[in-house]
Design a protein around this ligand. Sequence first.
Ligand SMILES: Cc1cc2nc3c(=O)[nH]c(=O)nc-3n(C[C@H](O)[C@H](O)[C@H](O)COP(=O)(O)OP(=O)(O)OC[C@H]3O[C@@H](n4cnc5c(N)ncnc54)[C@H](O)[C@@H]3O)c2cc1C
Length: 443
Amino acid sequence: MSDYDIAIVGAGIVGTALAAQLASHARVLVLDRRGQAGSTALAPGYVGQLNTLAPLTELAQRSVAAYRAISGAFDDVGGLEVATSPAELDAMEVRAALARSRGLPAEVVSGARARELAPAFVEGVEGGLHFPSDGTADARVITAAYRAAALAAGAVFVDADVSAIEEGVEGEGTQRKEGMERTEGTERKEARKVTLATLAGPFSAHTLVLCTGVWSGDFLPLPAVSVAHMYAYSAARPRRPRSPFVRIPSANVYTRDHGDVDGIGSYDHDPVEVSADAMRTHTCAVGGFDAFHDVLARALRVLPAHTRVGFEGGVTSEGGADEGGERAERAFAEMRRAREEGQACAFNGLFKVTPDGMPLAGRVRKGVYCAVGVWVTHAAGTTGVLADMILEDLGMGEAKDLELRKALDPLRFEGKADAVEVALRTYNDIPRTLRNFMQDAAP
Ligand SMILES: Cc1cc2nc3c(=O)[nH]c(=O)nc-3n(C[C@H](O)[C@H](O)[C@H](O)COP(=O)(O)OP(=O)(O)OC[C@H]3O[C@@H](n4cnc5c(N)ncnc54)[C@H](O)[C@@H]3O)c2cc1C
């Protein structure tokens, strides 16, 4: 018999959220080689629920509902998109109607009101679109809460690096299985066995779920591409009254108040891919910053001067955007030190993009599942859909959310030779804000 019913590899927000939902139903093992070094540790936590892709709106709404139930996890400061032209302001009316039709409050506001809502980040704009039920999520608090919930329900967490996966049948030894074909057999569930090789010894389970974030390429040849993305924190400053996070679609920049510092990120550059081979040298989800100095300088121009000044002279790491190994470790440590000491800093964090901007979450083949390319914004909702699917397959639940399962199916790009290129091109559309909305609406 297998040691566990379900083994989850990866204890970022996705793996822990899934473990919390499965642990009261089955014997769950979670393996992670080094917690708090994945993308979750770096996420600045913007949660905008409206998405032009309806399934993502639904998953974000479910996630926000779940995060609200965790103390200190979700701050409902609201979100504000700003328009810098009359055309953008017109499009905001349509976008506001779309939001309301999906149950999200949304209001188009004047330039003066936008500035009043977020004076540190907004000046000289045409108007804005305010989403009062959006907010910011603390991914570390959420991950810790889900871990605690999973532990309390009996899940076991082990620090271990999974170096190989073998699949087979109980009592017949195991055999390595290559390829991504989905096998629709009629094996009894007790007969399956997945063995995970680690330096802490082998672990076996009936069902395997890979929640390995930017390292998913190690075991899953799926079209989810790791990309580099810059984010910067200002030097520490006195606290201000709360304000919504702000997106400036015309500049592809987003910015927020983190309490005692400000933050800013930018998609205004060509996508920078980090190959699966390069990812093998990364023990944390960061790379060198050299590619991003100009991107940061451009992004800062959108801020009022009194806020911009806080980012000046920030600590950055040297090296190429895809550089891993010791250099990335140093960059990660430097960034954390600068933050602890209240110094301005900027870093290059890594996350996944997929060909249609949606997660790859579901069954890869019998007994093997994944949840990859999942944002903090959608993590609780996505893992809820996946948990129900796994429980149903184990004979412990019913079929639910069939449309969402289809939308998230990790094999939906099978046979599409250009899927990786398409995934990379989605990078600049990730916020799926007004800018993207106007592009979608264009004839
Ligand atoms: C700079 C930046 C800004 C972002 N901004 C936002 C935002 O504003 N809003 C938002 O919603 N999202 C944002 N994201 C995206 C979000 O952070 C990620 O999508 C999310 O955290 C991914 O979670 P995860 O659990 O899938 O991956 P991770 O947190 O990376 O966890 C994967 C885990 O798998 C483990 N692992 C991998 N391979 C193995 C193995 N072989 N053996 C053992 N363990 C293994 C790793 O150690 C890691 O802990 C941002 C990300 C970055 C980097």
